[in-house]
Design a protein around this ligand. Structure first.
Ligand SMILES: *Cc1c(COP(=O)(O)O)cnc(C)c1O
Length: 397
């Protein structure tokens, strides 16, 4: 018997267009930030309907620049969700700020706006809502709170490129939005990210800080017309995107709508085929939220099961299916416990999810046969892990 082929968790979806553009870029003699990065930024801004897009070399860089450009500094408190990737809170620490976690809503695992109010202090300067699994946060509620206190809203939209809230695309809902083009994200440039904003001052500051804090970017420094002296305006970072990354990004962006449509279709199949199982549940979403379907996250109701989440992960992996965990609650990671004193019990909804979430493959290259295999495996593993609730009934009958 031959082993069934392994289904990877989230491979990138590249075609001939990306390959050809990369070759053309190599042959052009210009590989760092240049015409393709400028074109990628312009097309990105146009599609989302935002004034400014700054291409950078990671989503983390976009988040960090948003805080730095927004003036977040020593001792400032920044509110965010514990159900996220470490980068979201790490960048607060990079600015010598203090991350303040607020619990998530049990339905969509997005930050609970009702709890944000209680976490505000005199030192609160910003909020970083995370659009978990691609489903936008309740931005109207978050804006209402932030507006009263003039807080900066930085959207962590690493999962939500292609999503919208009340018909408005993610990217237009916050003061600044950070996207990631990491290998597994809805579009990828290998590594990469984008900061978008309508605020010209923030955009200019982010752009300068993205390239050492100098006054002129590389493309302008080396144009044939004239030599330009440049000046260091701030101790900036080395976060600029290369034209090799932008070459890939231009074509990935053109394919975004198709990618998201296929993701939505796949998610419908998963919900339809597994929605009857009491022991697992899918995430919910607010009526106004249209998700970009970045992840297929399920919550194993382990109180109804005799197996743990980790045993489910292993059993799926043994059946040739790539799996993920999004996310183990960040406040319980060692650094955050030791440095900031976070403890178990502080954020019950996040902690409940932390021990129970597992993600199965959801990417545009997944075919219907693979989805059926994954559905079958989840059903088999969860069914086998069912508690035998009526044990003993047959002996007394
Ligand atoms: C991937 C991710 C990031 C970081 O993006 P990189 O491009 O890998 O730096 C930040 N936040 C969330 C929620 C992510 O999933």
């Amino acid at each position: 018997m031959t082993e069934p082929e392994f289904i990877p968790f989230s491979p990138p979806a590249f075609g001939r267009e990306e390959e050809q553009e990369l070759i053309d870029t190599l042959r052009s003699g210009w590989v760092t930030t240049g015409p393709r990065t400028k074109a990628f930024e312009a097309e990105f801004a146009r599609r989302l309907g935002v004034a400014h897009a700054v291409a950078v070399n990671s989503g983390t860089a976009a988040l960090h620049l948003a805080l730095a450009a927004g003036g977040i500094d020593t001792g400032d408190e920044v509110i965010t969700s514990p159900i996220t990737f470490p980068a979201t809170a790490n960048v607060v620490v990079h600015q010598r700020g203090t991350p303040v976690f607020v619990d998530v809503r049990p339905g969509d695992l997005n930050i609970d706006p009702d709890r944000v109010e209680a976490a505000l202090s005199d030192r609160t300067r910003a909020i970083i809502p995370v659009d978990f699994a691609g489903t936008p946060c309740d931005m109207d509620a978050i804006r209402a709170i932030a507006g009263r206190r003039e807080l900066l809203i930085v959207s962590d939209a690493a999962h939500s490129l292609g999503a919208s809230f009340d018909g408005r695309p993610v990217g237009t809902l916050a003061d600044v939005t950070a996207f990631s083009f990491y290998a597994t994200k809805n579009i990828t440039t290998g590594e990469g990210g984008m900061l978008v904003t309508d605020d010209e001052r923030l955009a200019d500051a982010a752009r300068v800080l993205s390239l050492h804090g100098i006054s002129v970017d590389a493309w302008k420094r080396y144009t044939p017309e004239r030599y330009t002296h440049w000046e260091t305006l701030a101790a900036g970072f080395k976060y600029n995107m290369s034209d090799l990354q932008a070459a890939i990004g231009l074509h990935q962006l053109a394919k975004l709508d198709g990618f998201v449509a296929r993701r939505r279709q796949l998610m419908e199949i998963y919900r339809h085929r597994l929605g009857d199982m009491d022991e697992i549940r899918f995430l919910e979403e607010a009526p106004a939220a249209r998700s970009a379907r970045h992840l297929c996250v399920m919550i194993a109701r382990t109180e109804e099961l005799s197996i743990t989440r980790d045993e489910i992960l292993q059993a799926l992996q043994d059946r040739g299916i790539g799996v993920g965990v999004h996310f183990r609650a960040l406040h319980l990671h060692r650094y955050y416990r030791e440095r900031f004193g976070f403890r178990p019990g502080m954020f019950p909804n996040a902690e409940y999810a932390s021990d129970r979430v597992f993600s199965v493959p959801l990417h545009p290259g997944l075919d219907d046969g693979q989805v059926e295999r994954i559905v079958g495996a989840v059903r088999e593993v969860v069914t086998a892990g069912r508690r035998r609730r009526f044990q003993g009934a047959s002996t007394t009958a």
